[in-house]
Design a protein around this ligand. Structure first.
Ligand code: SF4
Ligand code: FES
Length: 373
């Protein structure tokens, strides 16, 4: 087996706390409490270890990273380690003063989420009245601060009709880049799949809308587009391959190859208290389990794409088949591809209410969807 290369990027999930309650959140159903979060000093050590390991970029994520009172200190710590810093945020509670301090500490890029183009719908998906209005103010602040801005829009059955408006919004915000990503079905999104999965016709319309916008806005707005796995013939190389490019540290310090890996049974994912990032990256059983191609069975083992998509997504394979070592069912060569057909049928039926993201000691419940605006 070729030796592992160092990772390029660290996703630092600073907290699972969040003012929004998006039903497609990829956080686990069992959200970490504030009391379990890593403290400032531990994150400082993690950033140092990441830089020593070869990581170039850190993406501050959550939950909502802005709820961390020490965010400015954390940005300063990552800057001192020599990392490029990107903030992935809903923008809620970001004001000019805080942004100025973050920029002074070394923040270099902002990714701002939008839930829809229509304010009422945006607030409904976010589960927070007034959320959409905040985006306008935050985009303006980011532009005034001179930082590059990416708008992140997760699209699904209930907002695809407004895709044109979402693109217009990104232009109005003065964004450099727009990432339009179909929901990936892990965590809360999987619990809400029947309410979120688009129809084939919606997907085809969206693809045409994106193609037209790319041509119209060339040189003005870069548009990245992540199509939905459930309509794919071949899977994506999830995370660029297991343990090949990225690592993820959860709010309580567990080190993962991807944000959903904790759903996989039988793997122990070490924490930053148990070992260094370097040890975990190169030597832990969890990171080596699906690295490369040696673990693969047929049809991946003899497939010419095995070093292109690395067998697809391990978490999706587990979520759909109960076996994390099978080919991703998104692949038409997988014997489990048929499993997607049942899910796609759900997209033809009336959408159920959302299970909104929430910290809860009991099983998450569907709630009557609130109306805003
Ligand atoms: Fe990828 Fe495996 Fe499908 Fe080949 S068989 S395309 S390696 S998932
Ligand atoms: Fe875990 Fe794809 S999300 S491997």
């Amino acid at each position: 087996m070729t030796p592992a290369e160092p990772p390029l990027a660290l996703l630092a999930e600073l907290t699972h706390r969040c003012p929004l309650r998006c039903p497609y959140c990829s956080n686990p159903l069992d959200l970490a409490r504030a009391s379990a979060e890593l403290d400032t000093a531990t994150w400082r050590r993690v950033f140092n270890e990441a830089a020593e390991l070869g990581v170039l970029q850190v993406h501050f994520s959550g939950g909502e990273p802005l709820v961390r009172r020490d965010l400015v200190e954390l940005v300063a710590a990552a800057t001192a380690s020599g990392l490029y810093i990107n903030l992935i945020t809903s923008g809620i509670r970001l004001d000019a003063n805080r942004l100025a301090r973050l920029v002074e500490a070394g923040l270099e890029h902002v990714q701002l989420s939008v839930q829809d183009a229509d304010p009422g719908c945006g607030d409904r998906f976010a589960g927070l009245a007034g959320a959409q209005q905040t985006k306008h103010q935050v985009a303006e602040l980011v532009r005034e601060a001179g930082l590059p801005l990416t708008v992140n829009a997760v699209v699904h059955r209930q907002n695809l009709e407004h895709l044109e408006g979402i693109i217009d919004l990104a232009v109005m915000f003065g964004a450099d880049r727009l990432e339009v990503a179909h929901v990936q079905y892990y965590g809360w999104a999987l619990a809400n799949r029947a309410a979120l999965l688009p129809s084939r016709q919606q997907l085809d319309t969206a693809t045409a809308t994106i193609d037209a916008a790319r041509a119209r806005l060339a040189g003005r707005l870069i548009i990245d587009y992540v199509p939905p796995d459930y309509y794919a013939q071949r899977p994506k190389a999830c995370m660029g391959g297991w343990g090949r490019r990225f690592l993820n540290v959860t709010p309580s310090g567990t080190v993962l190859p991807c944000h959903a890996a904790e759903t996989l049974p039988g793997l122990h994912f070490p924490t930053v208290a148990e070992a260094s990032l370097s040890d975990i990256w190169y030597h832990s059983a969890a990171f080596t389990r699906f690295r490369g191609t040696a673990w693969m069975d047929e049809p991946c083992r003899s497939c010419e794409r095995r070093e292109i998509d690395w067998g697809g997504c391990r978490c999706q394979a587990y979520a759909l088949t109960g076996d994390s070592a099978r080919a991703d069912p998104a692949c038409a060569l997988s014997p489990d591809h048929v499993l997607l057909a049942a899910a796609l049928n759900e997209a033809q039926e009336t959408a159920p209410d959302f299970v909104y993201r929430q910290h809860t000691a009991t099983a998450p419940q569907r709630e009557r969807t609130p109306q805003f605006g």
